[in-house]
Design a protein around this ligand. Structure first.
Ligand code: AMP
Ligand code: MG
Length: 413
């Protein structure tokens, strides 16, 4: 059976970044940059005041103090957005607001708190200025020609602010993958519908659509397919027509009504694997049809979510153009004793907490793959290798941080 790493390599080998498109800056949140962002000019483009105060020549203020203020002639005032046409000479001051260009002749700003400007035509300075005080120099943020953002970077609010600062009204980003989502099973009813005996709610389609959206892709819901090859075939065909990726849940185990892999083949898709050595999620199935990717995820709600995290999400990030495909991992200490069946690598739903002694992991109760509540309580997946059957409290384990995006810097414990 393939290891998780081998299966992931196959999946990523078939995932290609989608074409770039231009988007208005306001619509680009969460998209992945498909261009170099190079500064066209120095920013700030001219030295400007970092504070409200007086623009002066530092040399005009020697020995100034509250007891012995230096009096300077005030030759005018400017606010942000204005330009002072004259020049500040020795013994002179220009009243200046934050963001206004530092006038010719001046080399420093005395903040308003260190002055008394009550008298008209002059100001008392209480503190000697040093050249450069409270001046934001030209090019402090970026210099013309500098590469500020590189392709592959996900646009967060700060990147969007940076693009706006640099004057970009539109930005080249990758088209996000469209992901068709199909639940399978005769037993499934939608939330809001009454439950007849033997039926359960379709939770996977909702969790998966949310996972798709969180990965920066676009969910295309296909509803529920009953467990017949005909219905699976028509719904999966529609998914391939409407989306770059088809994700189904259920119908991949050894049961009498598990037809998903057969239907993939009937759609002329190539099935690359139908089992991976992990728990939960062993029957995970992956196929391709030309550039389209097909994931047959297991039906158990936790298996569906965990295998989405491990295989589908990195593929969607790659298709979306991202350079970093994996969520951050940390090493953490197990807070309690833990037991599992030996044989398969196990992803354990845990709460990860950060304390003075470092990161700690506490499993979120029963690890049955049907218990979606164990996912709702978790913020991390701890990884326990195949041969292990018991781990004492205090053991150190790697853990995947579920609430952090791939671009996130690791938090400090
Ligand atoms: P299957 O792989 O189709 O045999 O499904 C495995 C288990 O997952 C069964 O208990 C199913 O009822 C359950 N299951 C399958 N699909 C869903 C779904 N969309 N939502 C919730 N549970 C599901
Ligand atoms: Mg089923």
């Amino acid at each position: 059976m393939l290891t998780v790493e081998e299966a992931l390599e196959i999946v990523l080998g078939h995932a290609r970044p989608l074409a770039p498109v231009s988007l208005p800056l306001r619509e680009s949140l969460g998209r992945v940059l498909a261009q170099d962002v190079v500064a066209a000019e120095d920013l700030p483009a001219w030295p400007n005041s970092a504070m409200d105060g007086y623009a002066v020549q530092a040399a005009s203020t020697p020995g100034a103090s509250r007891q012995a203020p230096v009096r300077l002639e005030v030759i005018g005032q400017i606010g942000a957005g204005q330009v002072f046409a004259g020049r500040v000479g020795p013994g002179q001051a220009l009243k200046i607001m934050t963001g206004a260009p530092v006038p010719d002749g001046a080399d420093s700003i005395v903040i308003v708190e260190e002055t008394d400007g009550a008298a008209s035509g002059s100001v008392e300075i209480y503190k000697p200025a040093a050249a450069g005080d409270h001046v934001r120099p030209r090019g402090e943020e970026v210099h013309a020609g500098e590469l500020v953002l590189a392709p592959g970077r996900t646009l967060r609010p700060a990147e969007i602010g940076m693009l706006a600062t640099l004057g970009h009204a539109t930005v080249r980003v990758h088209e996000p993958p469209r992901v068709a989502i199909l639940a399978t099973g005769d037993e499934l009813r939608e939330p809001g519908e009454p439950l007849a005996p033997g039926t359960i709610r379709n939770s996977n389609a909702y969790a998966l659509a949310a996972q798709v959206a969180t990965a920066g892709a676009i969910p295309v819901p296909l509803g529920i397919a009953r467990d017949t090859p005909e219905e699976l075939l028509s719904k999966m065909r529609r998914g391939l027509e409407e989306a770059h990726v088809l994700v189904s849940s259920g119908g991949v185990s050894m049961g009498e009504f598990d037809f998903v892999a057969d239907v993939m083949r009937a759609l002329e898709a190539t099935v690359h694997f139908d089992a991976v050595a992990l728990a939960p999620g062993k029957p995970t199935t992956f196929a391709t049809a030309g550039p389209r990717l097909l994931f047959g995820l297991p039906g158990n709600p936790v298996s569906s979510m965990v295998t989405f995290e491990l295989f589908v999400r990195p593929a969607l990030r790659k298709m979306a153009g991202a350079t970093r495909l994996f969520r951050p991992r940390v090493e953490a200490e197990l807070a309690v004793d833990f037991k599992k069946k030996p044989g398969r690598r196990t992803y354990v739903r845990c709460v990860l907490t950060a304390g003075p002694a470092g990161y700690r992991l506490t499993p979120t109760g029963t690890q049955s793959s049907g218990v979606v509540r164990s996912m709702a309580l978790a913020n991390a997946l701890a990884i326990v290798e195949a041969p292990v059957d018991r781990l004492p409290a205090g053991s150190r384990l790697p853990a995947i941080l579920l609430d952090f995006p791939e671009d996130a810097a690791l938090p400090e414990a």
